[in-house]
Write a protein that binds this ligand. Structure first.
Ligand code: ADP
Length: 601
């Protein structure tokens, strides 16, 4: 372990510095503005709480005119109020800008990284937990780091102001003010308890939040009504709440004792001691004026308050440092799937003896697969559920890399190609595609709208055979999808949503079209039409598609049949039918089923 990691204080300072540095980069004015506002508040409070008292009491002590007292009070109070006005106006008008700039900046960094990390990270519970924690708490924690730093500085200023003031009257009072140092041990204990409490609570809270999500998210609305899922979820929710109660029981008593000790220390020890000593010096020894006596009692509590706050902020800085550590682990994670420097050139796409095992899995999902997709060829992947077809597609798209073997494009290992550019060679449609809450046009574009887009969008919708349906919507291609933000938003059927996703894929006009059961929600006639049309418009494109209905594989130049992660047959439809193997068997069984269904109708 290096020296840096040994010192939590060093790490806390470094982490705070790191966040402040990033904040400065994102919103250069944020910290200076917040510091000035907070300092104004503290300086105003100092003058208000010391000089007004001292002034009033000493003018009466020296028998000054009542009118002069009033003018003096008005000036001091007016000055204080002016400072407060500037501070409050700053909080109302400037703070929201700062929050917005930081929100955009930090979340932008987090989402960029979330997009960079490979898919397998989402399947690693520890990593996913960290991601959820970081993205849920980022803005709040960053704001806390800034506020804590600002409060830390202003508490320091308050200590200096009141400290200087007290030293001038009687330095002994400084010792009173420093008495809270004796509570440092209890404060440390309290912070450690809070950290452990929070750490143990996280898991229960995650389960609680998951159950909450299932209750309110529309994806689960049907199951919640039609199955017994509610009682399962409620059980889970109850267990999470019980778990949280156990954690409170475990730490609550000790936390309460620490808090009680800290407040009793001030109320029962420090404040009465100061009072007795000040009264003794003023009235028994006669070495202090009444004005100083009154002011000093107030000032000692102010300095104690500032000092206690200072210690608190010191601890908060350590506590927030854990968040910064989490943030760093997430942001500094180096994705394993990275691109090379080469530019992808379109050509033959091959899987060469590819095997793949999911992390945590004992058996390989793909075994020694070799597949060739010549430029412009139409390739179908068929096989039973779980055969490994979707996994193969994910390997092509470099969502995962093979455990063994290579994927090559135009003879080049795809790991040597620029990742973004390589992925841009593909237009993809998955079976579980869902429109996002934007207009139809934006769903087709998936980028900001430009003037010349409308015609091309309509053409893509026509090619996907969904334009008539869209044109009938109240605002045509400008209709908003889903009812999430617009009560008049359009809700598409599963098949229509798949067609909309196809329109997006057509619009992309990429050289390789990848379709993972894109027609699972279409009826056989619509599916047949869709495949005919797709083949016609993708003349110069390679198409790789998975379809559970073998009748659509007939149009492919070559069919690969997978079973338990291996290619067991390949060839054209007629070759495979002649071979009379598993493909032919599956094809006949499906045809038979359709015939039976038709007869039944
Ligand atoms: P298909 O598309 O042919 O239905 P898949 O490629 O989806 O098959 O799945 C192949 C096998 O890999 C299945 O046994 C499935 O459970 C497993 N699998 C799929 N995704 C994951 C994953 N993320 N982690 C572990 N196993 C997975």
């Amino acid at each position: 372990m290096n020296k840096e990691n040994k010192s939590p204080t060093g790490r806390a300072f470094r982490n705070t510095g790191q966040i402040l540095g990033t904040v400065f980069r994102l919103a250069p004015f944020a910290i200076p503005v917040k510091l000035v506002l907070a300092m104004l508040g503290r300086v105003g409070y100092f003058y208000y709480s010391t000089y007004i008292l001292k002034f009033v009491v000493s003018t009466f002590e020296h028998g000054l005119a009542f009118g002069a007292v009033i003018i003096g009070v008005v000036l001091i109070v007016g000055g204080h109020r002016l400072f407060a006005l500037i501070q409050q106006a700053g909080e109302v008008f400037v703070t929201p800008y700062i929050s917005a700039a930081l929100d955009r900046g930090f979340m932008g960094m987090i989402y960029d990284q979330a997009r960079r990390v490979e898919l397998s990270c989402y399947e690693d519970p520890k990593f996913y937990d960290q991601y959820v924690k970081v993205q849920e708490n980022a803005l709040e924690s960053v704001t806390q780091v800034i506020n804590n730093f600002v409060s830390f500085c202003s508490s320091l200023l308050q200590l200096i102001l009141f400290g200087t003031f007290l030293t001038k009257i009687d330095p002994i009072f400084i010792l009173f003010a420093l008495l809270p140092l004796l509570t440092v041990f209890v404060r440390k204990k309290r912070a450690a308890l809070e950290y452990k409490h929070h750490a143990e609570d996280v898991e229960h809270n995650r389960h609680r939040k998951y159950a909450q999500r299932v209750f309110y998210m529309s994806e689960y609305a049907k199951e919640m009504r039609l199955t017994n899922a509610k009682s399962f979820m409620m059980d889970r929710y109850d267990r999470a709440c019980e778990g949280r109660k156990d954690v409170i029981r475990k730490y609550g008593k000790r936390e309460m004792l620490c808090d009680y000790f800290l407040s009793a220390f001030l109320d029962a020890l420090l404040n009465p001691l100061t009072l007795i000593y000040a009264v003794y010096r003023t009235f028994m020894l006669g070495v202090m004026t009444v004005a100083d006596c009154v002011v000093i009692i107030n000032s000692v509590s102010s300095i104690t308050y500032a000092f206690t706050a200072f210690l608190q902020q010191w601890q908060t800085m350590h506590k927030l440092s854990h968040f910064v550590d989490d943030l760093n682990v997430f942001l500094q994670y180096e994705p394993k799937i990275v691109g090379g420097d080469e530019k992808p050139l379109i050509g033959e796409l091959c899987l060469n003896n590819v095997s793949f095992t999911y992390e945590g899995s004992e058996t390989p999902t793909l075994r020694n697969i070799s597949i060739r997709v010549g430029h412009g060829e139409k390739i179908a992947l068929v096989g039973h559920n779980g055969a490994g077809k979707s996994t193969l597609i994910k390997l092509l798209l470099r969502l995962y890399d093979p455990t063994e073997g290579t994927v090559t494009l135009n003879g080049q290992d795809v790991r040597q190609l620029k990742l973004e550019e390589y992925r841009a060679q593909y237009a993809t449609v998955f079976q579980d595609c869902k429109p996002v809450a934007l207009t139809v046009m934006e769903n087709v574009l998936m980028r900001p709208v430009q003037d010349s887009d409308e015609e091309k969008v309509i053409e893509a919708l026509k090619l996907a055979d969904v334009y008539d349906r869209i044109a009938a919507l109240p605002h045509g291609i400008h209709t908003v999808m889903t009812k999430e933000f617009d009560e008049n938003g359009a809700v598409l059927s599963g098949g229509e949503a798949q067609k909309l996703a196809l329109a997006h894929a057509y619009f992309q006009n990429a050289p390789i079209l990848v379709l993972d059961e894109p027609t699972s929600a279409l009826d056989p006639i619509a599916e047949h039409k869709m495949y005919q049309r797709m083949m016609a418009i993708s003349e110069n494109k390679s198409v790789i598609f998975i379809s559970h209905r073998l009748s659509s594989a007939v149009v492919a130049d070559r069919i690969y049949m997978l079973e338990q992660g291996a290619v067991i047959e390949s060839g054209t439809h007629s070759e495979l039918m002649k071979k009379n193997g598993k493909y032919a068997d599956m094809f006949r069984k499906q045809a038979e089923n359709y015939r039976k269904e038709e007869n039944a109708v």
